[in-house]
Design a protein. Structure first.
Length: 358
């Protein structure tokens, strides 16, 4: 599933794209007989005042849109090739088609041309003219280097181990957490939460605020839902990490801390009365790469208690996310404990509460 690091010749053309030049080229990474990648998500809102139509005959062009405020790069036919959201480092780029699946737990398959990556700085209007962005865009537009999706699927059931130069296993089949030794004390929960990325790695980790945390041997190769997101966005994609909720300016430790933080762009805000809040009335604003948050347990008061990564539509058109959960004992897009869909009236769809674009 991991794309190799060679970059196509397309890179030589992308500088021209920034200047409104060459047409978009798609390089197939993988052919899937009988399946076609879902069409790009349509932009249905209107341009921001003064942004213009964004169309330039035979050329790529930049356009400003609202709800949320963002900049899109359009191809010569008006198709969206990349999306950059104000205050967010997460960018969605069109690229080679890939298939993500998890045959051991589900028949669901996501065939996508969306690549979700972290930029070195949060987006702001006009950033397409800045050097830091032009350098980043030249490197990653059309690149097959692992993105957030490829990284996330390196922890599902059956994923092969990957080791760094020191011999530390940094990827491979992950579990959710250790077996609960006291079911009565923890309300019958078979697997314990609180396994963070450094527990999976089995290494001591010092955060930017100077806090050092030691891994627990029983949690080796385990990540709970927020620990999984911290592994993907933080340890692997290098988003700053906080040592705990409300401590430092990095990605908080828990789903509740992430969902209530002021990081990134708020795509779907919390609404309705606590402690359960309301299910969003419209989720079409979601973009592949968004963090999605759920309220699942009445024992946790008004806290958000689950988080996942939105992948986009599967081959049946359902909006799918990946998360680490107890029922499957690790990261999954599977069906145990509820199908991983945000649309319809399934378990997770009904408990979705808000979304952020980091």
């Amino acid at each position: 599933m991991s794309p190799h690091n060679k970059r196509p010749f397309l890179h030589a053309l992308t500088v021209l794209a920034l200047l409104g030049g060459s047409a978009y080229l798609t390089v197939e990474l993988r052919k899937d007989e009988g399946d076609k990648a879902p069409r790009p998500q349509a932009v249905t809102d209107s341009p921001l005042p003064g942004s213009g139509s964004g169309r330039q005959d035979g050329r790529q062009s930049w356009e400003r849109l609202k709800n949320p405020d963002r900049t899109v790069l359009r191809g010569e036919q008006g198709q969206v090739l990349a999306t950059f959201t104000d205050r967010s480092r997460t960018a969605t780029l069109r690229g080679p088609s890939r298939t993500f699946s998890e045959a051991e737990n589900t028949a669901t398959r996501v065939v996508t041309e969306d690549w979700a990556r972290l930029m070195p700085e949060p987006w702001r209007a006009g950033a397409e003219k800045e050097q830091w962005f032009q350098d980043w865009f030249k490197k990653y537009y059309g690149s097959r280097e692992d993105d957030l999706f490829a990284i996330a699927f390196q922890y599902v059931s059956g994923a092969p181990d990957k080791k760094d130069g020191s011999g530390t296993t940094y990827a491979g089949d992950a579990k959710f957490g250790p077996v609960n030794p006291d079911l009565a004390k923890h309300r019958g929960t078979p697997l314990l939460e609180q396994s963070d990325f450094f527990d999976y790695l089995g290494v001591r980790y010092t955060f930017r605020d100077g806090t050092t945390k030691q891994p627990e041997a029983a949690r080796y190769r385990a990540v709970d839902c927020s620990g999984f997101m911290r592994m993907v966005f933080g340890y692997r994609a290098r988003y700053p990490l906080a040592s705990a909720d409300n401590k430092g300016n990095g990605l908080p430790r828990t789903a509740n801390g992430m969902g209530r933080s002021d990081l990134g762009a708020e795509i779907i805000p919390l609404s309705g009365p606590a402690p359960w809040y309301e299910r969003p009335k419209n989720i079409d604003v979601l973009q592949p790469g968004d963090l999605v948050f759920f309220k699942m347990d009445h024992h946790t008061g008004n806290r958000l208690d689950h988080v996942g990564l939105y992948l986009g539509p599967d081959t049946e058109g359902h909006k799918v996310f990946i998360s680490s959960r107890k029922e499957v004992n690790g990261p999954t897009i599977g069906d145990k404990g509820g199908v991983s869909r945000l649309d319809g009236n399934g378990f997770y769809a009904q408990l979705l509460r808000n979304a952020k674009r980091l």
